[in-house]
Design a protein around this ligand. Structure first.
Ligand SMILES: Nc1nc2c(c(=O)[nH]1)N[C@H]1C(S)=C(S)[C@@H](COP(=O)(O)O)O[C@H]1N2
Ligand SMILES: [Mo]
Length: 263
């Protein structure tokens, strides 16, 4: 990123020290050396991206840091629940229209044809057969209205429906003692999550949005929806799911975003 330009005339190291203090509580990761590695990896470009501000003078730096701090306080509140469930909301609070976000513009969203679509399931599972959408729709469906939180500083409430991911993992005979579940997407996005979150009651293999087939821009044919995690951990356009004990990172995670990414 454009570090030198954004940082011209500013005390880069003191800005980053402040930014690290703001972000640190949100990085919940057991491995302490990995945690400090991630914090050290924060750049002024990263602060600009996380806060949505251009860091041109000391006033804009203050604005950026305080807006990050306020947003992070709210994020903690939205994700944290003493009973370990993320908050759910009434239908009246759904954000309309729901925002689109990806690492490209909306006109580049992948086109996936249902007729050819097969969900690949590999790794530490007993049944490595591929799935058609119809077969997933035939499983027990559930729905939830939850808040999606993007680290770029916005959040929105939406209604997603589909199969409880824990039901799916049991159905394919996944080794639930394995450490990770990984995802490969139709647009080259990828991510991976911890098994505890994969088995969480609110983690949904999502097939619908707001009562209708999941629209193309929100991840057709399916996305994994986890209200306990930040937006970038929720893969859209999933083509392959794998269960593994080997760490495989993720698209944003490999660029420095926290791997755990949630509560
Ligand atoms: N396949 C894929 N999944 C993705 C992304 C992406 O670019 N590609 N972006 C992530 C990010 S950063 C966010 S905030 C959400 C946006 O989901 P939405 O378009 O439903 O709001 O998708 C996440 N999952
Ligand atoms: Mo995001």
């Amino acid at each position: 990123m454009n570090k030198r330009k954004e940082g011209a005339g500013l005390d880069e190291s003191s800005i980053l020290t402040d930014a690290r203090k703001i972000i640190a509580p949100q990085i919940q990761i057991e491995d302490r050396s990995r945690r400090s590695f991630l914090l050290r990896g924060l750049t002024l470009g990263g602060v600009a991206m996380l806060s949505g501000c251009n860091l041109t003078d000391s006033e804009s730096v203050e604005t950026a840091l305080s807006s990050m701090s306020r947003f992070n306080d709210r994020v903690q509140g939205w994700l944290f629940n003493p009973n370990a469930l993320a908050p759910t909301y009434p239908e009246s609070m759904i954000t309309r229209p729901f925002p689109f976000n990806a690492f490209y513009d909306i006109d580049e969203v992948p086109v996936v044809e249902e007729a050819d679509y097969r969900l690949e399931v590999t790794g530490l599972v007993a049944d490595k057969r591929s799935w058609r959408l119809e077969e997933l729709r035939a499983m027990t469906q559930t729905e939830q209205i939850t808040r999606h939180i993007c680290v770029e500083g916005w959040s929105a409430i939406g209604r997603w429906g589909g199969v409880r991911f824990s039901d799916f993992l049991k159905r394919v005979g996944a080794d639930t003692d394995a450490k990770y579940v990984g995802f490969k997407c139709a647009d080259d996005y990828y991510t991976s999550i911890d098994m505890a979150t994969a088995l969480h009651a609110q983690t949904l293999l999502t097939l619908t949005y707001d009562g209708a087939v999941l629209p193309r821009q929100y991840g057709f044919p399916m996305k994994l929806r986890m209200p306990t995690k930040l937006g970038y951990k929720n893969p859209k356009h999933i083509q392959a799911i794998f269960v593994s004990n080997t760490y495989s990172g993720g698209y944003w995670e490999d660029q420095g975003y926290n791997w755990f990414g949630g509560s």
